[in-house]
Design a protein around this ligand. Structure first.
Ligand code: AHG
Ligand code: MN
Ligand code: MN
Length: 312
């Protein structure tokens, strides 16, 4: 018998990367692969499903699109099949959903972020965080992995298991292939992405910083889908995204568990920062699944300067 080692493939796949380049243990690697498979079905559903309302609302009273419900079902199915998930928390479900109490991981997700943009044919995405054991009582810093999938002109998957942030492209045969092995975020933002800008009418500090960023001639890049808007920061290697509160949403619109937590993990892994204006998002204790939080995320100096003015 002759033994031969496997040749390094020309295009590194997600599986190869997880196996050889990431500190993820086998179970976590399998779970990430299963979630990445779900995302292929979500991507296909976006292209082929009608974009209408489902007739139901989610835990936040928001009208669910058929695609929100379908994406949630697709993820549930893949998490169930993995056998690795004790429970999951979804933007589209009002409770923690138990799957297999003996399984090691909890998964938190927004199955389709920015779904109201789908009929405008803007980019939308899936956001995922992974914890060992339970989620309630933990902080997002305790995630063991986070990832997102961006469905745009191309489908892009970005993940971290705590050793940098890695970017993959879904190719024509359904394989995720490595694009950039390490994404980094520089300390100073040239681009800004101001969410909930209506809050400037009630928040003078926010208004002042927005005016400063305009005077500095930062470039505006805001689509209304945080997956696309924060991916822009990863892709260009700088930028700052904000969503702060006003009277309609004192804590801002975005949710800690399945929107801000996973992005905070990824952004810090890339050398950026994520703050609620007072403390790092990664240090906020999760007491309820539906918690909202203000979010300032991206290039460190700009995150810190806005946080400082807001806190003053
Ligand atoms: P979702 O579609 O999951 O409800 O979330 C959309 C979020 C986020 O992606 C975006 O940054 C924000 O809502 C936009 O809010 P506005 O429509 O108030 O700008
Ligand atoms: Mn969302
Ligand atoms: Mn959503």
């Amino acid at each position: 018998m002759t033994s031969a080692s496997c040749p390094v493939p020309e295009n590194l796949s997600l599986n190869y990367h997880l196996l050889h380049k990431s500190p993820a243990e086998d179970d976590l690697r399998h779970l990430i692969i299963d979630i990445s498979r779900a995302a292929k079905y979500i991507s296909y559903a976006i292209q082929t499903t009608e974009t209408g309302l489902s007739g139901n609302t989610n835990q936040f009273g928001e009208e669910q699109l058929k695609l929100d419900v379908l994406s949630d079902d697709i993820l549930r199915q893949h998490l169930c099949e993995s056998g690795l998930v004790c429970c999951y928390i979804s933007e589209e479900q009002k409770d923690v959903i138990e799957l297999d109490s003996k399984a090691p991981y909890s998964v938190v997700f927004d199955p389709l972020d920015g779904s109201s943009l789908v009929d405008a044919n803007f980019s939308i995405g899936t956001i995922v965080g992974i914890y060992k054991g339970d989620v309630i009582g933990k902080t997002p810093r305790e995630q063991v992995a986070a990832m997102y999938v961006l469905y745009g002109p191309r489908t892009i998957l970005v993940y971290s298991t705590g050793d940098g942030v890695h970017e993959f492209l879904l190719n024509d045969v359904g394989e995720y292939v490595l694009l950039r092995e390490y994404l980094g975020i520089a300390d100073n933002a040239k681009n800004y992405s101001p969410g909930n800008l209506r809050a400037v009418n009630e928040n003078q500090a926010y208004k002042q910083v927005m005016a400063t960023w305009m005077e500095e001639e930062k470039t505006l890049r805001y689509s209304g889908c945080m997956v696309a808007d924060i991916h822009h920061i990863f892709s260009k290697g700088q930028g700052v995204f904000t969503n702060v509160g006003g009277s309609a949403y004192p804590e801002g619109k975005l949710r800690l568990v399945f929107e801000c937590g996973p992005f905070a993990y990824l952004v810090e892994q890339a050398g950026g920062a994520a703050s609620d204006g007072h403390v790092p998002i990664l240090d906020k204790k999760i007491t309820d699944i539906d918690m909202r939080t203000p979010l300032i995320v991206g290039s460190q100096n700009d995150v810190n300067s806005l946080a400082k003015v807001l806190a003053a």
